[in-house]
Design a protein around this ligand. Structure first.
Ligand code: C5P
Length: 222
């Protein structure tokens, strides 16, 4: 595993879930340990990249030499990403972003009102961070290489291929089931314009190194 693969490259990675507040004590979130994104950050750093990790709420130590920006909500994650994207040559979206957030956040804890009627929550759609970044001029020109992830329960190849096109990214990485929330190993399906290949079940550490090498091989020379 060459330590020079990503020398001189700036990588931006999202990881973990987002947390969308309902009121000061409650919110909705997704299952995500953040382990895959953190493993990629560590591997990219070891490959010589300058790495910024935009992390939702997770219980993981920051990999050595990686700059970490902590966020809670999808909107905060998008803001942080857009602030960091100038100069980046790779964007990897591993975060499990909540698709919706409550339309309003109550300033105080919502109380039971004694009638037995539960509160009705309205939701609005969150921004799609990956699709937003993939539409930026530097991504469309190929200067910023964007990588998405997909966790599907069935028909992974077809779903991942469709998602790659829909999100407008050159590389889409599918998590090969069963659901691997919080687990230390995984298997990955890489889908790009030329076809697909599988990275067989291994630790997230090893898969992250393999993925970093796959991404490095797809970057334009600089
Ligand atoms: O559409 P879906 O959520 O399955 O897409 C997954 C991919 O898109 C992942 O790479 C995820 O990090 C990214 N994503 C995002 N912002 C969203 C939703 C998903 O960046 N709001």
């Amino acid at each position: 595993f060459s330590s020079k693969l990503l020398a001189g490259r700036k990588l931006l990675i999202t990881a973990g879930p987002t947390f969308e507040a309902i009121d000061p004590v409650r919110g909705i979130t997704n299952h995500s340990s953040g382990k895959m994104g953190f493993a990629i950050a560590r591997a990219a750093r070891a490959a010589g990249a300058e790495v910024t990790l935009v992390a939702g709420p997770v219980h993981l130590p920051t990999p050595r030499g990686v700059r970490r920006i902590n966020v809670q909500s999808a909107q905060q994650m998008l803001d942080a990403v857009l602030q960091q994207v100038p100069g980046a040559s790779v964007f990897i979206a591993t975060a499990a972003v909540a698709d919706w957030r409550p339309a309003t956040q109550a300033a105080h804890k919502i109380k039971k009102d004694g009638t037995g009627e539960p509160p009705l929550l309205r939701f609005v759609e969150n921004p799609d961070i990956l699709a937003t970044v993939a539409q930026l001029p530097q991504a469309r020109s190929g200067a910023l290489y964007c990588v998405g992830f997909a966790a599907e329960s069935e028909d992974l190849l077809a779903q991942a291929s469709a998602k790659r096109v829909r999100k407008g990214v050159p590389l889409l990485v599918g998590n090969i089931g069963p659901a691997t929330f919080g687990q230390d190993d995984n298997a990955l399906l890489l889908v790009d314009a030329n076809g697909h290949r599988e990275l067989p079940r291994a630790s997230k550490r090893v898969l992250a190194q393999q993925l970093v090498a796959e991404i490095a091989a797809r970057l334009p020379r600089h």
